[in-house]
Design a protein around this ligand. Structure first.
Ligand SMILES: *[C@@H]1O[C@H](CO)[C@@H](O)[C@H](O)[C@H]1NC(C)=O
Ligand SMILES: *[C@@H]1O[C@H](CO)[C@@H](O)[C@H](O)[C@H]1NC(C)=O
Ligand SMILES: *[C@@H]1O[C@H](CO)[C@@H](O)[C@H](O)[C@H]1NC(C)=O
Ligand SMILES: *[C@@H]1O[C@H](CO)[C@@H](O)[C@H](O)[C@H]1NC(C)=O
Ligand SMILES: *[C@@H]1O[C@H](CO)[C@@H](O)[C@H](O)[C@H]1NC(C)=O
Length: 410
């Protein structure tokens, strides 16, 4: 009985919990996506919802996470009353995402985000942005800002004025970063001073942004930055852009085709000697002889700066050093080899000559012997020719190896 009763209460609780989730209130043109997460996401269609969106129209839960999609047009004062929000769930960032319609434009001004100063993360996706006007993100205090896809035609030296990006302690997995990814900066330039207001940003990404040129001072004020990602851009050389960045530990410059000269590759040595990790695949585009070669191959072949022999006197050949003792050893080995070959030649020569001489002596003796034999056969006394080598048996020869000493034996 008791178990049954417990089950009933449990089921009721479940139903009322579901009801709470389903009871999310939102204006028309918006929807609530609860996924499996406690703080779901309100999504509002730019075309179907009425702007400005008003905070009071959202409840159960509060609009801690909001996405506006299908944006195409002017984005002036789109949010009202959100200043009253009190972030209830610190397991999620207070989050705003703007996504444009296919080839959609967004006209931003200083009121575009002025009603959303509570957010901790802002994303703008696939928008054609004609300008990032002065102070467009003013008074935001973000952990992460990302603009991905689309394009940015104009930037101002004060576009990011009064924007703070830093590692926030009250968000999960804090980053403290700004990221431009796959967004084309028309003209390939970033206005001087653009990044200057971000004095506490920890990571800067400009990945695949069509950047052709970075001024020397582009990151000069970002003195807290630890990680910079400049991958997949169009520049072929880099000015001295990392000076004074004492916290910098990681630089990613993948997929850049470098104009390889000893001066252009300054950063390889510079980063290493400042204990900054450099990642990426580095291929030379020019000079012609090194096209698609690794820059290191160029650098260690053509540039004298790096002492590959590590202070020991020697000779360099590409990436290999031959030190003086190695050279002496090789030289000695070479001499030994030469001498051995000469000795072998002499040996075989002498041997061949000796064999030849021996044969000549042999054939001469044979000829003499034959002549004597013939002479004896021609003679009438019928004497036999002597044997060719040994003496006649009647001649007693003293035993070999024994010679009587003069004066005889006593
Ligand atoms: C917007 O409203 C129209 C008509 O009411 C509807 O057909 C369309 O699906 C809506 N679009 C979105 C993205 O909700
Ligand atoms: C966006 O708006 C422009 C006019 O401002 C219009 O020509 C274009 O078709 C719109 N694009 C979409 C996807 O609605
Ligand atoms: C980009 O900057 C370079 C050097 O400052 C300048 O020569 C070039 O004209 C600029 N390009 C554009 C499109 O602003
Ligand atoms: C850029 O490099 C950072 C590390 O500094 C890395 O976390 C990030 O994933 C990279 N960005 C992209 C788009 O790969
Ligand atoms: C470096 O950037 C490239 C290109 O965005 C990316 O694929 C790679 O993962 C990054 N590497 C690291 C270690 O962040």
């Amino acid at each position: 009985m008791a178990l049954c009763r417990f089950k009933e209460v449990f089921t009721l609780a479940c139903i009322s919990l579901l009801h709470v989730i389903n009871a999310a209130n939102f204006p028309s043109g918006c929807a609530y996506e609860d996924y499996s997460e406690a703080i779901g996401l309100y999504t509002c269609s730019f075309t179907n919802a009425t702007f400005p969106l008003t905070y009071a129209d959202f409840s159960s839960p509060i609009p801690q996470r909001l996405k506006v999609y299908d944006v195409n047009g002017t984005f002036t004062s789109p949010f009202s009353g959100f200043g009253a929000i009190s972030i209830s769930n610190t397991a999620y960032r207070a989050y705003l995402e703007i996504s444009c319609a296919t080839s959609g434009i967004i006209d931003l001004d200083s009121t575009s985000f002025s009603g959303m100063t509570h957010i901790q993360e802002l994303r703008i996706n696939n928008c054609i942005i004609s300008d990032l006007p002065a102070g467009v993100f003013a008074n935001l205090n973000l952990d992460f800002l990302e603009i991905e896809g689309g394009s940015i035609t104009t930037t101002q030296s004060n576009s990011l004025q009064s924007l703070t990006i830093s590692k926030l302690s009250n968000v999960p997995n804090p980053v403290g970063g700004i990221s431009f990814k796959n967004v084309e900066f028309t003209g390939g330039n970033i206005t001087a001073g653009f990044f200057d207001p971000l004095t506490s940003v920890l990571s800067i990404t400009l990945d695949n942004c069509g950047i052709e040129n970075l001024e020397t001072s582009v990151f000069a004020q970002n003195t807290a930055v630890q990680s910079i990602n400049l991958s997949r851009n169009r520049f072929t050389t880099l000015q001295h852009i990392f000076g004074g960045l004492t916290s910098l530990t990681f630089v990613n410059i993948s997929f850049i085709s470098w104009d390889c000269t000893c001066t252009n590759l300054w950063f390889t040595q510079w980063l290493a000697s400042n204990y900054i990790t450099l990642v990426g695949s580095y291929l030379c585009n020019t000079p012609t002889g090194y096209q698609n070669s690794k820059w290191s191959q160029y650098y260690y072949t053509e540039c004298e700066i790096y002492d590959i022999c590590k202070g020991i006197p020697g000779v360099r050949s590409g990436l290999v050093c031959y030190t003086w003792h190695q050279l002496i050893a090789y030289f000695a080995l070479l001499i030994a080899l030469t001498l051995t070959i000469i000795a072998l030649i002499i040996f075989f020569n002498v041997r061949a000559k000796m064999v030849q001489t021996q044969r000549q002596i042999e054939s001469k003796r044979k000829r003499v012997h034959t002549k004597i034999k013939e002479a004896l056969i021609r003679g009438k006394d019928g004497q036999k020719a002597p044997a060719s080598t040994s003496a006649p048996s009647y001649i007693k020869m003293p035993p070999r190896g024994w010679i009587d000493p003069p004066g005889g034996v006593m």
